[in-house]
Design a protein around this ligand. Structure first.
Ligand code: MG
Length: 289
Protein backbone atom coordinates (compact mmCIF):
# COMPACT_ATOMS: atom_id res chain seq x y z
CA UNK A 1 0.00 0.00 0.00
CA UNK A 2 2.84 2.33 0.99
CA UNK A 3 4.61 1.46 -2.29
CA UNK A 4 1.44 2.24 -4.23
CA UNK A 5 1.08 5.64 -2.49
CA UNK A 6 4.69 6.47 -3.12
CA UNK A 7 4.32 5.42 -6.78
CA UNK A 8 1.19 7.60 -7.18
CA UNK A 9 2.98 10.54 -5.59
CA UNK A 10 5.98 10.09 -7.89
CA UNK A 11 3.67 9.84 -10.92
CA UNK A 12 1.81 12.99 -9.85
CA UNK A 13 5.03 14.94 -9.24
CA UNK A 14 6.52 13.85 -12.57
CA UNK A 15 3.38 14.70 -14.57
CA UNK A 16 3.01 18.10 -12.90
CA UNK A 17 6.70 18.86 -13.47
CA UNK A 18 6.42 17.97 -17.18
CA UNK A 19 3.24 20.04 -17.58
CA UNK A 20 4.70 23.06 -15.80
CA UNK A 21 7.85 22.91 -17.91
CA UNK A 22 5.74 22.67 -21.09
CA UNK A 23 3.68 25.72 -20.08
CA UNK A 24 6.71 27.74 -19.04
CA UNK A 25 8.66 26.99 -22.19
CA UNK A 26 5.70 27.38 -24.55
CA UNK A 27 6.47 29.65 -27.54
CA UNK A 28 3.34 31.29 -28.91
CA UNK A 29 2.70 31.52 -32.61
CA UNK A 30 1.80 34.75 -34.40
CA UNK A 31 -1.94 34.25 -33.96
CA UNK A 32 -1.64 33.91 -30.23
CA UNK A 33 -1.55 37.16 -28.35
CA UNK A 34 1.07 38.34 -25.83
CA UNK A 35 -1.56 38.06 -23.07
CA UNK A 36 -2.04 34.33 -23.70
CA UNK A 37 1.70 33.79 -23.65
CA UNK A 38 2.02 35.63 -20.32
CA UNK A 39 -0.88 33.63 -18.84
CA UNK A 40 0.75 30.35 -19.83
CA UNK A 41 4.06 31.37 -18.29
CA UNK A 42 2.31 32.37 -15.03
CA UNK A 43 0.51 29.01 -15.03
CA UNK A 44 3.89 27.31 -15.52
CA UNK A 45 5.39 29.08 -12.50
CA UNK A 46 2.33 28.24 -10.37
CA UNK A 47 2.58 24.59 -11.38
CA UNK A 48 6.29 24.53 -10.51
CA UNK A 49 5.46 25.85 -7.02
CA UNK A 50 2.85 23.09 -6.75
CA UNK A 51 5.43 20.49 -7.83
CA UNK A 52 7.84 21.73 -5.18
CA UNK A 53 5.09 21.44 -2.53
CA UNK A 54 4.24 17.91 -3.68
CA UNK A 55 7.90 16.86 -3.57
CA UNK A 56 8.28 18.26 -0.06
CA UNK A 57 5.13 16.45 1.10
CA UNK A 58 6.38 13.22 -0.47
CA UNK A 59 9.70 13.54 1.39
CA UNK A 60 7.91 14.26 4.68
CA UNK A 61 5.55 11.34 4.13
CA UNK A 62 8.51 9.02 3.66
CA UNK A 63 10.37 10.01 6.81
CA UNK A 64 7.34 11.19 8.82
CA UNK A 65 9.72 13.36 10.86
CA UNK A 66 11.19 16.79 10.26
CA UNK A 67 15.00 17.02 10.25
CA UNK A 68 16.36 17.27 13.82
CA UNK A 69 12.90 16.52 15.24
CA UNK A 70 13.23 16.06 19.02
CA UNK A 71 9.89 14.23 19.11
CA UNK A 72 11.33 11.42 16.98
CA UNK A 73 11.64 8.23 19.11
CA UNK A 74 15.11 7.66 20.56
CA UNK A 75 16.90 4.45 19.50
CA UNK A 76 16.94 1.76 22.19
CA UNK A 77 19.99 1.90 24.46
CA UNK A 78 21.97 -1.35 24.51
CA UNK A 79 25.28 -2.61 25.83
CA UNK A 80 27.24 -3.29 22.59
CA UNK A 81 29.31 -6.09 24.13
CA UNK A 82 32.80 -6.76 22.80
CA UNK A 83 34.43 -8.78 20.02
CA UNK A 84 36.79 -11.54 21.02
CA UNK A 85 40.47 -10.74 20.67
CA UNK A 86 43.26 -13.29 20.63
CA UNK A 87 42.63 -15.83 23.35
CA UNK A 88 39.98 -13.68 25.01
CA UNK A 89 36.45 -14.50 23.95
CA UNK A 90 34.07 -11.59 23.37
CA UNK A 91 30.72 -10.65 24.80
CA UNK A 92 27.44 -10.38 22.89
CA UNK A 93 25.44 -7.14 22.62
CA UNK A 94 22.74 -7.03 25.29
CA UNK A 95 19.92 -7.34 22.73
CA UNK A 96 21.40 -10.36 20.94
CA UNK A 97 20.39 -14.00 21.25
CA UNK A 98 23.47 -15.86 22.49
CA UNK A 99 23.91 -19.11 20.57
CA UNK A 100 27.16 -20.01 22.31
CA UNK A 101 28.62 -18.04 25.16
CA UNK A 102 31.01 -20.65 26.54
CA UNK A 103 28.72 -22.91 28.54
CA UNK A 104 26.92 -25.50 26.51
CA UNK A 105 25.25 -26.27 23.22
CA UNK A 106 21.71 -26.00 24.58
CA UNK A 107 20.76 -23.68 21.69
CA UNK A 108 21.77 -26.38 19.15
CA UNK A 109 20.68 -29.86 18.17
CA UNK A 110 21.61 -32.63 15.78
CA UNK A 111 19.50 -32.89 12.63
CA UNK A 112 17.14 -35.36 14.31
CA UNK A 113 16.45 -32.88 17.14
CA UNK A 114 18.62 -34.72 19.68
CA UNK A 115 21.27 -32.89 21.76
CA UNK A 116 24.27 -31.55 19.81
CA UNK A 117 27.17 -33.96 20.21
CA UNK A 118 30.09 -31.72 19.28
CA UNK A 119 32.87 -31.35 21.87
CA UNK A 120 32.35 -28.49 24.37
CA UNK A 121 34.95 -26.82 26.59
CA UNK A 122 34.54 -23.68 28.75
CA UNK A 123 36.16 -21.55 25.99
CA UNK A 124 34.91 -23.07 22.74
CA UNK A 125 33.19 -25.98 21.06
CA UNK A 126 34.65 -28.14 18.32
CA UNK A 127 33.34 -30.13 15.37
CA UNK A 128 33.45 -33.85 16.06
CA UNK A 129 34.23 -35.33 12.62
CA UNK A 130 31.47 -37.46 11.11
CA UNK A 131 28.99 -36.54 13.88
CA UNK A 132 26.84 -34.46 11.50
CA UNK A 133 25.78 -30.84 11.15
CA UNK A 134 24.29 -29.02 14.13
CA UNK A 135 21.25 -26.73 13.91
CA UNK A 136 19.90 -23.95 16.10
CA UNK A 137 16.73 -24.96 17.91
CA UNK A 138 15.30 -21.56 17.04
CA UNK A 139 14.61 -20.61 13.43
CA UNK A 140 16.01 -17.37 12.00
CA UNK A 141 15.56 -15.30 8.85
CA UNK A 142 16.85 -11.74 8.40
CA UNK A 143 19.65 -11.31 10.91
CA UNK A 144 22.99 -9.95 12.03
CA UNK A 145 25.20 -12.86 13.00
CA UNK A 146 28.58 -12.91 14.74
CA UNK A 147 30.69 -16.08 14.71
CA UNK A 148 34.26 -16.67 15.92
CA UNK A 149 36.20 -19.71 14.77
CA UNK A 150 39.71 -21.15 14.79
CA UNK A 151 41.19 -23.54 12.23
CA UNK A 152 42.95 -26.74 13.35
CA UNK A 153 46.64 -26.26 14.13
CA UNK A 154 48.93 -27.59 12.85
CA UNK A 155 47.21 -27.48 9.46
CA UNK A 156 46.53 -30.78 7.73
CA UNK A 157 45.40 -31.44 4.17
CA UNK A 158 45.13 -29.22 1.11
CA UNK A 159 42.47 -27.19 -0.67
CA UNK A 160 38.95 -28.05 0.47
CA UNK A 161 40.34 -30.76 2.72
CA UNK A 162 41.83 -28.30 5.23
CA UNK A 163 39.79 -26.87 8.10
CA UNK A 164 36.51 -27.06 6.22
CA UNK A 165 33.26 -26.23 7.97
CA UNK A 166 30.55 -23.68 7.22
CA UNK A 167 28.08 -21.20 8.60
CA UNK A 168 24.90 -22.13 6.77
CA UNK A 169 22.24 -19.42 6.90
CA UNK A 170 18.75 -20.91 7.10
CA UNK A 171 20.46 -24.29 6.66
CA UNK A 172 20.65 -23.45 2.92
CA UNK A 173 23.13 -20.64 2.21
CA UNK A 174 26.70 -21.43 3.21
CA UNK A 175 29.33 -18.89 4.14
CA UNK A 176 32.38 -21.09 3.77
CA UNK A 177 34.65 -21.77 6.73
CA UNK A 178 38.03 -23.04 5.52
CA UNK A 179 41.69 -22.70 6.42
CA UNK A 180 42.53 -20.28 3.59
CA UNK A 181 45.86 -19.21 5.03
CA UNK A 182 48.43 -20.13 2.35
CA UNK A 183 46.05 -22.76 1.05
CA UNK A 184 44.89 -22.45 -2.54
CA UNK A 185 41.51 -23.70 -3.67
CA UNK A 186 38.83 -22.57 -6.11
CA UNK A 187 38.05 -18.93 -5.22
CA UNK A 188 34.32 -19.35 -4.68
CA UNK A 189 35.08 -22.11 -2.16
CA UNK A 190 37.64 -20.37 0.03
CA UNK A 191 37.02 -18.89 3.46
CA UNK A 192 34.22 -16.29 3.52
CA UNK A 193 32.98 -17.26 0.03
CA UNK A 194 29.26 -17.55 -0.53
CA UNK A 195 29.96 -21.14 -1.42
CA UNK A 196 29.97 -21.78 -5.15
CA UNK A 197 28.67 -18.27 -5.96
CA UNK A 198 30.96 -15.46 -4.80
CA UNK A 199 34.66 -15.47 -3.81
CA UNK A 200 35.43 -13.04 -0.99
CA UNK A 201 36.66 -9.60 -2.14
CA UNK A 202 39.97 -10.29 -0.39
CA UNK A 203 41.51 -13.19 1.49
CA UNK A 204 41.55 -11.89 5.10
CA UNK A 205 42.34 -15.28 6.68
CA UNK A 206 44.54 -15.60 9.76
CA UNK A 207 46.93 -18.52 10.29
CA UNK A 208 45.53 -21.77 11.70
CA UNK A 209 45.06 -21.78 15.46
CA UNK A 210 44.32 -18.04 15.63
CA UNK A 211 40.79 -16.88 16.37
CA UNK A 212 38.93 -15.28 13.47
CA UNK A 213 35.51 -13.72 13.08
CA UNK A 214 32.64 -13.42 10.64
CA UNK A 215 30.11 -10.64 10.94
CA UNK A 216 27.20 -11.34 8.64
CA UNK A 217 24.19 -9.25 7.66
CA UNK A 218 21.64 -11.43 5.96
CA UNK A 219 18.32 -10.73 4.31
CA UNK A 220 16.54 -13.93 3.37
CA UNK A 221 14.65 -14.46 0.12
CA UNK A 222 10.93 -13.79 -0.11
CA UNK A 223 8.39 -15.83 -2.00
CA UNK A 224 4.83 -15.19 -3.07
CA UNK A 225 2.46 -17.53 -4.88
CA UNK A 226 5.23 -20.11 -5.13
CA UNK A 227 7.66 -17.74 -6.85
CA UNK A 228 10.76 -15.86 -5.77
CA UNK A 229 9.89 -12.17 -5.45
CA UNK A 230 13.05 -10.97 -3.71
CA UNK A 231 16.39 -12.76 -3.73
CA UNK A 232 18.34 -13.21 -0.50
CA UNK A 233 21.29 -10.87 0.09
CA UNK A 234 24.32 -11.08 2.31
CA UNK A 235 27.13 -8.87 3.56
CA UNK A 236 30.12 -10.46 5.29
CA UNK A 237 33.07 -9.02 7.20
CA UNK A 238 35.95 -11.43 7.78
CA UNK A 239 38.14 -10.35 10.68
CA UNK A 240 36.53 -6.91 10.38
CA UNK A 241 37.23 -6.60 6.63
CA UNK A 242 34.39 -6.34 4.09
CA UNK A 243 34.51 -9.44 1.91
CA UNK A 244 30.91 -9.78 0.63
CA UNK A 245 29.17 -6.52 -0.19
CA UNK A 246 25.42 -7.08 -0.16
CA UNK A 247 25.59 -9.78 -2.84
CA UNK A 248 22.46 -11.45 -4.22
CA UNK A 249 22.24 -15.13 -3.39
CA UNK A 250 21.18 -17.38 -6.24
CA UNK A 251 19.57 -20.34 -4.54
CA UNK A 252 20.89 -22.89 -2.05
CA UNK A 253 24.69 -23.10 -2.14
CA UNK A 254 24.81 -26.89 -2.05
CA UNK A 255 23.15 -27.14 -5.47
CA UNK A 256 22.89 -25.32 -8.79
CA UNK A 257 19.13 -25.15 -8.45
CA UNK A 258 17.23 -21.90 -7.94
CA UNK A 259 15.41 -21.14 -4.72
CA UNK A 260 12.43 -23.29 -3.93
CA UNK A 261 9.83 -21.51 -1.79
CA UNK A 262 10.57 -21.92 1.91
CA UNK A 263 9.66 -20.36 5.25
CA UNK A 264 10.93 -16.89 6.20
CA UNK A 265 12.73 -18.43 9.16
CA UNK A 266 14.70 -21.68 9.30
CA UNK A 267 17.39 -23.00 11.67
CA UNK A 268 20.97 -21.82 11.23
CA UNK A 269 23.41 -24.69 10.70
CA UNK A 270 27.12 -25.30 11.27
CA UNK A 271 28.76 -27.79 8.95
CA UNK A 272 30.62 -30.94 9.92
CA UNK A 273 33.08 -31.46 7.08
CA UNK A 274 35.21 -33.97 8.99
CA UNK A 275 37.61 -31.33 10.35
CA UNK A 276 37.88 -30.28 14.05
CA UNK A 277 37.19 -26.56 13.55
CA UNK A 278 36.56 -24.63 16.78
CA UNK A 279 33.84 -22.05 17.45
CA UNK A 280 33.14 -19.56 20.23
CA UNK A 281 31.15 -16.38 20.93
CA UNK A 282 28.25 -16.88 18.53
CA UNK A 283 25.35 -14.48 18.72
CA UNK A 284 22.53 -13.35 16.49
CA UNK A 285 20.22 -10.33 16.30
CA UNK A 286 17.00 -10.67 14.36
CA UNK A 287 16.46 -7.77 11.98
CA UNK A 288 13.12 -6.10 11.32
CA UNK A 289 11.80 -5.96 7.74
MG1 MG B 1 32.17 -25.90 4.04
Amino acid sequence: MEDLCSFSTRLCVTSAAALSFACWSFVPNREMGEAMSRALRIAGVALMAFVSLLAQNAANAQTKWQPHDLNRPQPAVIDPGMSGSGETGGRAPSDAIVLFGGKDLAAWSQKDGGPATWKVTPEYFEVVPKSGYIYTRQAFGDCQLHVEFAEPSPARGEGQDRGNSGVILMGLYEIQVLDSYENKTYPDGQAAAVYGQYPPLVNAARPPGQWQSYDIIFRGPRFANGKLVRAGRVTVLHNGVLVQDNVEIHGPTASDKPDEPHAEKLPLALQDHNHPVRYRNIWIRELPE
